[in-house]
Design a protein around this ligand. Sequence first.
Ligand code: SF4
Length: 367
Amino acid sequence: MGTEIFRPQKIFVERSIRDLPFTRKLLDRWPSVPVQIVSQPQQAVDALRGEPDPIAAGKRSLLIARQRGPFIKRCPGTKNYICCGYRIINAATNCDLDCTYCILQGYLTIPLLTVYANLDDLMAQLDSFLSSGQDEFYRLGTGELTDSLSLDPSFGHARLLVPYFADKSNAILELKTKTTNVEDLMDLEHAGRTVVSWSLNAEPVVRKEEHGAPPVKERLQAARRCYRAGYRIGFHFDPLIDYPGWEEDYRRVVEAIFQHVDPQAIAWISLGALRYPPQLEEIIRRRHPQSEIVLGELFPGKDGKPRYFRPIRTRMFRKLNTWIKEHDPDVFVYLCMESDLVWRQALGWSPGNMARLSRLLDERVKP
Ligand code: SF4
């Protein structure tokens, strides 16, 4: 199946960046797609108002804009849970895939696929950020507000960022994806400073809930290509979904990981159970009436987000961790946004706080 290459139905271009090279490159790529010049992103948002499903329409429309805020931000994490101290490179937002559980459906103020054309500002901000924190170590990724590689054949961010990080001693880049778009990574100079990671799930969940994303087997074949090209590899089981028969299906995915990638190349595997902002439930029911994820027994956590009851999450994490460690006890497994208690009950230890988890992850990838 592979990953379908994106082609927008309409392009909006912010007037102030219409002559930048990146904008020209994208417009040349799709010469027959209608283009509308706008003075403000809000005009593009207004154009979607009459659409029956503005979120779906936003995924088919591309806004090429100027990033006026910082390109680099802290991952917001979630209140009262241990997060991993990640930094987000905000070069694009939204995604052409359509996962039922995607929080971006209710999160983005501009619900269009948006890419920022002022790449010189991005690189200048990266230079200044990394040189001002010479004594620190940073893990940065492009895959928090979009999929890092889904749109990369068009945007080319990996071609820009992977060689940039190759000679940085105080940072690592993580490209997080569900896709198989790794062709462009094959000839890049990466010097081991990029982790390419895949979001994985049980195959029935992929089929029902991850619309437009390729099957797990294809993701793992792409991971194998990156591993053979010398990249460090990461995996994220997130969101784990509880359903009858989940054990068998998730166990199969764990087995498949180790058939495709040498454990030595695995930087980390994270586990996160289904959770979402309360307002997303209505959007999921409306946009994805076939989805079964909101039918589970979910209760508001300490951050107000519905989650599975603690014993269910603990049991899922414990099992996944056990299956992974059966293959290689040295693979680093961590939990995404969980409490100290769940860490201890599920994995038998806890980093205790964000600073320690962050340090442990850094150690996995420091030169
Ligand atoms: S791949 Fe990620 S960003 Fe894209 S729709 Fe799915 S959850 Fe959202």
